[in-house]
Design a protein around this ligand. Structure first.
Ligand code: 9D3
Length: 248
């Protein structure tokens, strides 16, 4: 999958892409990410990309010109680049506080349906409304708190989507994901030492009884989810996962 991130802080975004999972996924060719400096498409000699709002008031607004030209250059459709005429599998997303709240289901949808995702990072008080109306396919927020721009949200989206692409996770990580993909919160984890400052690890985890360990983990995950995120529990029971019968 190919991501294009358009931002006025390209080095901030590149830094995050050069570590950990995203770095490995790029090395493995699972994803390609190009980071573009919005100022490269400023018509202004001072590379300005914002201006005062019509009608007055405080704050600055991202001008439409640089954003339209950036997307047209990136998608290679000079002159016309409207959501209606977009190639299937290609989407332009605006990261903004007014967007739809991003979640795991949306990450899964993007990983299935997109081969190419352009992420526009908002800054200042907002972007010219014509960008929303005539350039953008979807608007994404990552949650109800105020950030200074769309860079960290764009990275969150890229990472959440990338993790779902085949080959992005190592073998061990993938197996872990499989066993926890039932929508429950994680169970508690412990490592050495078995006793730390007088606090012992639960006996069952050092019992050697793998069945009992699996049962305990499932119960803990269920209880935690019920207590902390009851909204995640609709229709789930505290039962062992049912396995499909093996084909004869
Ligand atoms: C203080 C300005 N606010 C007035 C009501 C509006 C506002 C504009 C721009 C608030 C934040 C921002 C910058 N944030 C983003 O561009 C952003 C964001 C966020 O702040 N929270 C969660 N997801 C996102 S995605 C992009």
């Amino acid at each position: 999958m190919k991501f294009d991130i358009v931002t006025i802080f390209p080095s901030m975004v590149r830094g995050a892409l050069s570590e950990g999972l995203l770095c490995r996924a790029r090395e493995r060719g699972v994803i390609e990410v190009d980071v573009h400096d919005l100022r490269d498409w400023s018509a202004d000699k001072h590379r300005k990309v914002d201006d005062a709002p019509f009608g007055g008031g405080g704050g600055m607004v991202l001008r439409p010109g640089p954003l339209f030209e950036a997307v047209e250059a990136v998608l290679g459709t000079g002159g016309g680049c409207s959501p209606a005429g977009r190639e299937p599998g290609t989407a332009v997303a605006l990261m903004c506080p007014q967007g739809r709240r991003f979640d795991q289901a949306e990450a899964a949808r993007l990983s299935r349906e997109c081969r190419r995702l352009v992420l526009l990072c908002g800054r200042y008080e907002g972007v010219d409304e014509r960008v929303r109306e005539h350039l953008v396919d979807l608007e994404i927020s990552i949650g109800d708190y105020v950030l200074s721009g769309g860079e960290i949200p764009a990275l969150a989206v890229v990472e959440a989507v990338t993790r779902l692409l085949p080959g992005a996770l190592g073998r061990a990580e993938s197996a872990m994901e499989d066993s926890f993909s039932d929508g429950l919160l994680d169970c508690p984890h412990y490592t050495r030492p078995a006793e730390f400052r007088g606090w012992a690890v639960p006996d069952v985890l050092v019992s050697g009884d793998h069945e009992a360990v699996a049962r305990w983990r499932r119960e803990q995950a269920y209880e935690r989810t019920a207590k902390r995120r009851p909204d995640h529990l609709a229709g789930k029971t505290n039962a062992a996962p049912t396995r499909a019968a093996p084909e004869s």
